[in-house]
Design a protein around this ligand. Structure first.
Ligand SMILES: [Zn+2]
Length: 467
C-alpha cells in the first residue's frame, strides 16, 4: 500500500471526525499500518465509581474455538456456554470488534498484544512494554498500585509468560522470564497464581520474606488471609485441562481464590485472568486440548460473573489478544455431527503423547498406539502412512510449508475423524471480540484498537497514564 495515500485517507477521516491535532492518532507507527488506525474513544467518567477491574483474556481465542466449546457443552448437555450467555445479554454487556496488529506486523504475538493493553501503545512483536524507541512506559498494574489498588495475575501458563507479564513488566524480550519474575515480586503484585516455579529460585524468593508461596491445591485452600500470595503449581506451564492432576487447581479455582483474597483490599483491585493454554493447544493443532481448555476458561467466566452478581462496582472485560490457527468444524451436515462427537472421548493432550513417546522406543507403532490411547479411536492405515512420513521419514507432508512437523500432521490426521481442522500452527491477523460490563464500560464504541482498552482501564481507575 502507498503510505502517502493512507496518510491522506487518515487526514481526511480525521477532519471528518473533527479530531484535533495531537489527539487520537498521535502515537508513532510505521506508515504501512496507518490504515488500520481508528480514533481513540473519548472515555468519560464511569457512571459509578469503579472499585475493581477484572480483565479476562482467552489467549488465541477466536470465534472458532468459542463455537467449538459451545458445541461441545451442548453435546454434553452442559450448554450453552457462559460466553454464549454474554453474547445474548445485550442489556449488560457492551460489545466491540477489536484490531490486534502490533507495531511491526499485521500478525501480533501475545507480548505485543498484551503490551497494547498494558501501556496503550503498539510495540514490536516479542517485546513486553518496551517500545521500538526503547522507552519503558508504566504498565497498568503499576499504575493501579499507585492509585491505591491491589493487583493480581492468574494464568494457566507460566506466570512469567507474555500475557501476565504485559500487565506488570518492562523487558526488551519476552524470553527474559527470570527478569519478569523479579519484576512481579519487586513491583509487589499481591496475588500471582499459575505455573512457572522454575523462574523463582529460593535466592530470589529470599528477598521477599512477606510472600506466602503455595505449590498445590491443598495449600492454596489454606493460605493465610493477608499478605502477598504466590501460587506456582507447575515448574513450567500448568498442564492442559485434559491432563490436569488433582493437585493442580483449575483456572476457575485459582480465579476465585484471587477474587476473594483481593476483595479484602480497602480500595479495590485490578486482576488479569488468562486462559493461556487455549493458544498452546491451537499452536499444536490439538483440537481436544483446545476445546477443553476453552471450556475451562468458559467456566472461569461463569465464576467471575457469579462472583460479581449484584455488584455495581466492578468493570469486567472479556477479550482475546489474537486468534491462533483458526480452528473450525469443517464437515457438513450429519457427517459433521458424527465426526465432532468423536472429540468428546479425547482423554489426553499432544503434550501427554509427546511425554509418553519420549519415555521409550521411538517406533511408529508405539507412537500410533499412544495416540490411540489419547484420542480413544482407531487410526486408518492412510493416517498411519502420513504420520510415518512426518515422524520417521521427516518428509514434508503438507504443501503449505509452515503446516508441517509431526504435530500439525497429527492434527490433520485426527481432523479426518473429528472434522476439526486448523489453518496453520501460527497466529492470524483476525479481529477479536471485546465484551465489557459494569461501570466504565459505557463508553466503549463498537470498533476499537487493542491499545484503547488501556485507556478504558485508566478512565475506570480515574487516573492518567503515569509515563
Ligand atoms: Zn501463541
Amino acid at each position: 500500500m502507498n503510505p502517502d495515500r493512507s496518510t491522506r485517507t487518515l487526514l481526511s477521516r480525521r477532519h471528518l471526525l473533527g479530531i484535533g491535532a495531537g489527539g487520537a492518532i498521535a502515537t508513532a507507527m510505521p506508515a504501512s499500518f496507518a490504515r488500520a488506525r481508528v480514533p481513540a474513544p473519548r472515555w468519560s467518567k464511569p457512571s459509578r465509581p469503579v472499585r475493581n477491574i477484572v480483565f479476562m483474556v482467552g489467549d488465541g481465542m477466536g470465534q472458532g474455538v468459542i463455537t467449538l466449546a459451545d458445541m461441545m457443552l451442548k453435546l454434553q448437555s452442559r450448554g450453552p456456554s457462559n460466553y454464549q450467555k454474554i453474547i445474548e445479554n445485550h442489556a449488560a454487556f457492551r460489545r466491540a470488534t477489536c484490531m490486534t496488529h502490533s507495531a511491526d506486523g499485521w500478525v501480533t504475538d501475545s507480548a505485543a498484544a498484551g503490551s497494547a493493553w498494558g501501556i496503550g501503545e503498539h510495540i514490536n512483536n516479542g517485546a513486553v512494554n518496551f517500545t521500538p524507541d526503547e522507552r519503558t512506559p508504566e504498565p497498568i498494574l503499576v499504575t493501579a498500585k499507585n492509585a491505591g489498588k491491589r493487583t493480581g495475575l492468574v494464568t494457566t501458563t507460566r506466570i512469567t509468560h507474555a500475557t501476565p507479564a504485559s500487565f506488570i513488566a518492562n523487558v526488551p524480550h519476552r524470553d527474559l522470564e527470570d527478569d519478569i519474575a523479579k519484576q512481579i515480586l519487586d513491583r509487589r503484585v499481591d496475588v500471582a497464581l499459575g505455573g512457572g516455579l522454575k523462574h523463582f529460585p529460593n535466592s530470589v524468593l529470599a528477598e521477599h520474606k512477606d510472600i506466602t508461596l503455595v505449590t498445590n491445591r491443598a495449600e492454596l485452600a489454606r493460605t493465610p488471609s493477608e499478605g502477598r500470595l504466590l501460587g506456582l503449581f507447575a515448574h513450567d506451564h500448568c498442564p492442559f485441562s485434559l491432563d490436569r492432576p488433582e493437585t493442580c487447581p483449575s483456572l476457575s479455582e485459582m480465579s476465585l481464590a484471587a477474587l476473594n483474597r483481593l476483595d479484602r483490599a480497602p480500595e479495590g483491585f485490578v486482576l488479569q485472568i488468562e486462559g493461556g493454554r487455549i493458544d498452546h493447544a491451537a499452536h499444536d493443532n490439538d483440537a481436544g486440548s483446545l476445546v477443553f481448555d476453552q471450556i475451562a476458561f468458559d467456566e472461569t467466566i461463569g465464576t467471575v460473573l457469579q462472583w460479581a452478581e449484584g455488584r455495581d462496582d466492578t468493570l469486567i472485560i472479556v477479550t482475546a489478544d489474537h486468534v491462533t490457527a483458526n480452528p473450525g468444524l469443517t464437515f457438513y451436515a450429519k457427517d459433521g455431527k458424527r465426526s465432532f462427537k468423536r472429540l468428546q472421548s479425547t482423554s489426553h493432550s499432544f503434550d501427554w503423547i509427546a511425554d509418553r513417546y519420549g519415555e521409550g522406543d521411538k517406533t511408529l507403532d508405539r507412537f500410533v498406539s499412544i495416540v490411540q490411547d489419547a484420542v480413544r479411536f482407531e487410526l486408518t492405515s492412510e493416517d498411519v502412512v502420513s504420520i510415518e512420513r512426518a515422524l520417521i521419514q521427516k518428509q514434508q507432508v503438507d504443501p503449505f510449508n509452515v503446516a508441517n512437523g509431526v504435530w500439525m500432521v497429527l492434527g490433520s490426521v485426527l481432523a479426518n475423524h473429528t472434522g476439526v481442522a486448523f489453518l496453520s500452527p501460527n497466529h492470524t491477523a483476525d479481529y477479536v471480540e471485546v465484551y465489557a460490563t459494569g461501570p466504565g464500560s459505557e463508553a466503549m464504541p463498537s470498533f476499537v484498537d487493542n491499545i484503547h482498552l488501556h485507556g478504558m482501564m485508566l478512565a475506570a481507575l480515574g487516573v492518567s497514564a503515569g509515563r
